[in-house]
Design a protein around this ligand. Structure first.
Ligand SMILES: Cc1cc2nc3c(=O)[nH]c(=O)nc-3n(C[C@H](O)[C@H](O)[C@H](O)COP(=O)(O)OP(=O)(O)OC[C@H]3O[C@@H](n4cnc5c(N)ncnc54)[C@H](O)[C@@H]3O)c2cc1C
Length: 461
């Protein structure tokens, strides 16, 4: 079987690896670099930046733990900051190294990579590298790019999208972040820790409007306590340069000024001019490629994966959609994608990790569930580490006591969520989770404790 893939991000390269391992002859066209935007400009660089910002936060909280850092013997608080040039250089070289690793893995599997823009000539043919490549199945994994608003156009110097941050010569002194979704909240959190004076412009009543309310409330409280200005119900109408400054005008006429503005106002699929509609690939009303749960588009033999489908814009989902496409195309047994089983993390400080049923589904009565929420402040390990904010929350079915999901707000919540993911995937009960040994003292001890509390619900079998 011959497979042609356009786009070498997680959607494309993970599919290429699977298809190649299954014996297919695979050609992949990638215009920018393997690993895609995920590795080169989005996920990997942002998580590297956030990792450093977390270390700065730890250092700046050190005196509260009884640590004396050089120069603080008089009781003054340490003020660790970042060296922008070294920080950004390290991040970019880390991303390049990761891209090279992906390229090496793909090459080792015998995938042919064309460094070129790929276009769909017909449902069974792509054009790239100056030739037409006929394939039994085609995968579109072309990703998405930052949305640009007409009155807020990035200039790469003071008005920026997140892909331009790593070319700055400095840490912004006064950063205005427009948009309080996941990307906006993550960068606002990181730059506040790195020493910027951050103003977060949120069009909704609270930050992270689409996330668990309890978690969003904790994050907003932490943001404000650390000195961030959070402007709720404030929509930016325009962002303009004023010399070396930026001026953000809100729709109600208020004006916010700063040294830099970061725009995090969403993504658009990278589908223009590559022959999709001509080949019969249907786009939805937002312009994303329509796919079913095994990644098929409306054109026979054409699959799509990742951000260009707008399904759930996560690297893990892109990769799974790509693999599913290949398993399906190559006749392997395949499960349709289960989005309710996707574990996700918002890398604010503290992190928010979620899996399974959402609070809104439970509160609306759509899913019957018992819930227990335990603040981390009561956890012995959290006390030792000086962790004040955060909680673990578990949902379980009232009739069967099967774990339906959970939310963890904590440092490294991204690591702590795994037992809940396993419980949801394997349909474990709260009793099984509660009877599992945890280490004392540990943050994960709170998960077992939440499960024990849920066992007390009388209506469980
Ligand atoms: C700031 C930020 C942080 C994020 N952090 C996380 C995170 O922590 N965890 C997580 O799971 N997800 C995260 N994401 C989301 C994640 O980056 C995306 O979901 C993921 O990149 C999607 O993978 P993809 O393969 O669909 O697309 P991409 O990674 O965008 O790759 C698409 C590739 O296709 C190429 N391409 C496009 N058109 C063509 C063409 N015509 N011909 C050839 N090549 C083409 C592009 O050059 C690109 O390399 C983050 C996103 C952002 C914006």
């Amino acid at each position: 079987m011959k497979i042609a893939i356009i786009g070498g991000g997680p959607g494309g390269y993970e599919a290429a690896l699977v298809a190649s391992q299954l014996g297919a002859d695979v050609t992949l066209a990638e215009r920018d670099g393997l690993g895609g935007a995920c590795v080169l400009t989005d996920c990997v660089p942002s998580k590297a930046l956030i990792e450093v910002s977390s270390t700065v936060t730890v250092l700046n909280g050190a005196t509260d733990l009884g640590i004396q850092l050089p120069g603080t013997a008089d009781g003054s608080r340490p003020r660790a900051t970042a060296d922008a040039e070294r920080l950004y250089r390290r991040i970019k070289s880390l991303a390049q190294a990761q891209s090279r690793d992906v390229a090496a893995r793909v090459a080792a599997e015998g995938v042919e990579v064309l460094d070129d823009i790929g276009r769909l000539s017909s449902p069974g043919t792509i054009r790239a590298g100056g030739r037409d490549i006929a394939a039994d199945a085609v995968l579109l994994a072309v990703g998405a790019h930052p949305r640009v608003l007409p009155d807020s156009v990035p200039d790469g110097e003071r008005i920026l999208n997140w892909r331009q941050l790593y070319d700055l010569p400095e840490i912004p002194e006064e950063l205005i972040v427009v948009g309080s979704g996941v990307t906006g909240a993550e960068f606002a959190s990181a730059y506040q820790s790195l020493g910027s004076k951050v103003t977060l412009v949120s069009s909704r009543t609270r930050v992270l409007p689409h996330e668990d309310v309890d978690a969003a409330v904790v994050i907003e409280e932490v943001f404000r306590r650390r000195g961030m200005t959070v402007l709720g119900r404030s929509r930016a109408a325009s962002v303009k340069r004023d010399g070396d400054r930026v001026v953000v005008t809100l729709t109600d006429g208020r004006v916010v000024r700063g040294s830099h503005c970061l725009l995090t106002v969403g993504m658009e699929p990278s589908v223009d001019g590559i022959g999709l509609e001509e080949a019969g690939v249907k786009l939805d009303e937002r312009g994303f490629v329509e796919v079913d749960r095994v990644s098929r588009t409306s054109a026979p033999g054409v699959y799509a994966a990742g951000d260009c489908t707008g399904v759930l814009m996560l690297a893990s989902v892109a990769a799974m959609q790509g693999r599913i496409a290949m398993w399906h195309a190559l006749g392997e047994a395949v499960h349709p994608i289960r989005l309710s089983h996707v574990a996700a993390t918002i890398f604010t400080d503290p992190e928010i990790a979620t899996i399974g049923v959402t609070a809104s589904a439970v509160e609306s009565g759509e899913v019957p569930a018992a819930v227990v929420k335990l603040p981390l402040a009561g956890n012995p390990r959290a006390k030792m580490a000086g962790i004040r904010d955060g909680f673990v929350k578990l949902y379980a079915r009232p009739d069967t006591s099967v774990v339906l999901g959970g939310v963890i707000v904590a440092p490294r919540a991204s690591e702590l969520i795994l037992p809940v993911s396993v419980a949801v995937e394997q349909r474990l009960t709260v009793d099984q989770l509660a009877q599992t040994f945890t280490v004392y003292p540990s943050l994960s001890g709170s998960l077992a404790e939440a499960a024990r509390k849920l066992m007390r619900y009388g209506d469980f079998n």
